[in-house]
Design a protein around this ligand. Sequence first.
Ligand code: GLN
Length: 359
Amino acid sequence: MTEAYVALEGGHVIEGRGRAPGTARGELVFTTAYTGYEESLTDPSYEEQVLTFSYPLIGNYGVREERFEDDRVHPRAVLAKELTDDVAAWLESEGVPAVDHLDTREVVTDIRDEGAMKCGIAVGEDVTEEDALEQLEQCKAMSEHTDIGAQVSVDEVEVYGADNDGETVALVDCGAKGSIVDSLLARNAEVHVLPYDASVADVEAVDPDVLFISNGPGDPANYEQAISLVEEFVEDTPVAGICLGQQIVAEALGGTTTKMDFGHRGVNQPVLDLESGQVVMTTQNHGYTVDDPGEHLEVTQINVNDDTPEGIDGIEYDVITRQYHPEANPGPEDTLDFFDDVLAMADERTTTQAVPADD
Ligand SMILES: NC(=O)CC[C@H](N)C(=O)O
């Protein structure tokens, strides 16, 4: 019988059924998403985290590569009430420990009461509680992963849609989900995916119509280079951002970010557009949030549950960012028009600049 132990910050150890062997540690978080486990498990934003699914059965429609957001699983370990054999085999083949048959209500309640916390996992024939506690001991706080972008970004520039005749996008890859690139390509954009630590010269070489900062794992304050790119380009180039991208843009323009207690992770987070009064359903995965947007940005959309900023626009600059995931993989497709808005913003700037000044 395979042993499986989950040690929570504070030393409480929970026992479960081992579904994929190994030891791991990370920040323990939960998602309430009831579908989209293939997308969630391959979302680079889960790097250095241990993902608990609150939905009780995970894997009931198989595992298909076409649903993946990246070429590997990113959470360090996975917890669920019941994992199907398909998902367990996939996680085992990826070397990602998995535990089920534990009371995920207890785990989620602990996270809601105490906040996202460190944890250690040990799964295998001969593992003990001590092995899980040892992992917990070695677990770092998320903000201490100071170069986490290096773990998830491309190493070199990658160009997609070179034959497209739409806008040119410089996408700074801090751990971008594949469907963000796909959403831009579907709108005829030429997408240059740049490393998370791209230089000003790297961006200038692309001469983009829009500088787009992706989603990604960890603390936004640790993405100093991406922050400085936004500072450098915002006066002359439209800027867009998703999730971590919104946080980086706020940090760059005089705003501040803060860590939430347990974040938003799920596929039914209601977001209110302050201008239209319309509420849309969104998919989310974040643990930090913009605290104060600063004097150059205004909050245009808020989360209905806790009023946190979900959409932020520039006041004097061409900037649009979203805290949720408009690419909607997984999740409801209420928000796909964000990509149309970003490319229209870029197009407007290009068109305006192309017209000679009327003097
Ligand atoms: N999905 C994301 O981009 C996450 C952003 C950031 N790492 C957070 O947890 O808030």
